[in-house]
Ligand binder design. Sequence first.
Ligand code: NOJ
Length: 533
Amino acid sequence: MPDHQPWWETTVIYQIYPRSFQDTTGNGIGDLPGITKRLDYLADTLGVGAVWVSPFYPSPMADFGYDVSDYTAIHPMFGTMEDFDELLEAVHERGLKLIIDWVPNHTSDEHPWFVESRSSRDNPKRDWYVWRDAKPDGSLPNNWLSYFLGPAWEHDEATGQYYLHSFLTRQPDLNWRNPEVQEAMFDGIRFWLDRGVDGFRIDVAHVMMKDPELRDNPPVPDDWQRRFKDHGEYDRYLHIHDKGHPDIHQLFRDFRALLDSYQPERYSVGEIHIAEWDEWATYYGEELDELHMPYNFSHIHAPWNAAEVARRVNEIEDVVPEGGWPNHVLGNHDETRLATRIGEEATRVAAMLLLTLRGTPTLYYGDEIGIIETHIPSDQQQDPWGRRLPGAGRDGCRTPMQWDTSPGAGFTRGNPWLPLTGDRAARNVETQLSDPSSLLNLYRALLRYRERSAPLLVGDYRQFDAPDGVFAYQRTVPGESLVVVLNFSGDAKRIDLESTGTIAISSEPARTGEIVPGALTLGPNEGVIVEVD
Ligand code: NOJ
């Protein structure tokens, strides 16, 4: 293994949505002491290396914490700063890393900065947000739309101007062109770095810098094809002016310089929804001096078949700059649950894919036990987006973690804030731990194997010839080679491996240890890692 392999390249990140992981107070909502309580599960039972916790800051919860009203404090619902410090210490004691969410594009409308900013046109913080007059004809400043439907401009009666909000009206966009904003926000980052956090996941990182002239977005051309999920009327425009202005790169160079001024090394991963991969890759920085990684959401939107998944893996391999490091994501708190998206029968192959590709995997809590999406009708959605755009609701992928067979699934002794899944009697950690063939035990075996496998941690990647419906690839370091063979199809498939080997891990536990005499037959939806002789 190379001498200096940064921890974020060999770790596995586990995302926790804190409202839904573990409640310790009985109010039906998860909290920070709950995460601390479950660290043994993460470190020992499961075996991940880093934990990313979605926002836990004070917030009116209009967007469940992605509307921050204080960047350097803890929402009382989640606990106290002492609870945070205890969590961080306990994380480090177990050799894990803690990544926290940073939400820089917008604040809550209840953030004191915005309260001041909206108080008068000549308030010193007026320019900390994006305020504009109506056009002379009284219409909106431009045609920009909110991700969450409707115009991105909200009229403020008191001062007679509009403010910009790329998301909810209750999430006004900060004006990152004002150096005072950068200074104040970077102070917030220093606060957490000084406390010892290991890294940041940056919310909608590409949205922070807009066209300084605020030009209208053009309509999409006739042949436009959706690359991400349906955003309703938002998809009628090409979003070339309301996000991703090239000035963003200087901002991230500054941000990276701040991170790099700390020891030990700190990490950053940006939530970047850009499907033009060359542009996406610019967020690593020309000198690899911006984000350590932009999140790769390609698989989340992939039709789930071998050819398409392979194409996307290769596309990412091609664009990641030399010296940069890929990453792979199959689920998060904004997307339909993996097991529902790809079908339960495909979840074992998905686990093998995520944990054997070249790059850092991020595993969304509950996907290791195959939690399915819960259908929650739009009029019952708590998610503001789900209430506004039927079908867009995100409650269904945020339901509580299921730990055991007790009435609250071990998540809470009260009423969970979102429903548990109907099949929780079978789909919970306790039950799956006692079943050697469970999905959870497959994740555990893969994580343990990965931790000790140089080819999986740092090896080269090369696609391997395989029949239709099968994605196979080789992972190699000098003197050691593996072939991962994943049958995405519902039919048995035979593959020629060109050499003999041994099955190190199989999605069918009984095959582990089997000698492969050069060729191999896989059952439907079966995957194996073969150690090549
Ligand atoms: C992306 C976050 O992942 C999502 O949950 C949130 O609603 C928006 N950014 C706005 O912050």
